[in-house]
Design a protein around this ligand. Structure first.
Ligand code: FES
Length: 127
């Protein structure tokens, strides 16, 4: 499974928004470093967070058990399973937020924005 990722901090820096249909195309053209934007392979038997770490990424996390939302990602394309969730309200899930520490890829391709705990559009949820 190929996962293309983008750091939410880049959206804040550049004033890009999550709803922009061309977001990943902009990121691809922006000469970002490999920590902020890139593609990694995820084995179906590994969580997204584990795969990111194996690829040398330093994505945020804390509990690794579905309870803190530090590892939350916004899934913009594809789907990530969510077998454990003690923190995300239904509204966050409706908005495509998933937990990378417990989530396994379900689709062949995924596009995710990581580090979204402080995303303004979910700030009202107080994760
Ligand atoms: Fe805490 Fe994923 S690291 S929910």
């Amino acid at each position: 499974v190929d996962v293309t990722y983008l750091d939410y901090a880049v959206l804040e820096d550049r004033g890009w928004c999550l709803e922009d249909a061309a977001l990943f195309e902009k990121a691809a053209a922006a000469d970002l470093d490999a920590g902020a934007y890139g593609t990694l392979s995820v084995r179906p038997d590994r969580t997204l967070l584990e795969s990111a770490e194996q690829a040398g990424q330093a994505w945020p996390y804390s509990c690794r058990g579905g309870a803190c939302a530090n590892c939350a990602v916004a899934v913009l394309e594809g789907e990530l399973s969510q077998p454990v969730n003690h923190v995300l309200p239904a509204e966050a899930i409706d908005r495509g937020i998933r937990l990378s520490c417990v989530g396994y890829p379900i689709t062949d391709e995924l596009r995710v924005v990581y580090y979204v705990k402080h995303l303004p559009s979910i700030a009202d949820l107080r994760l």
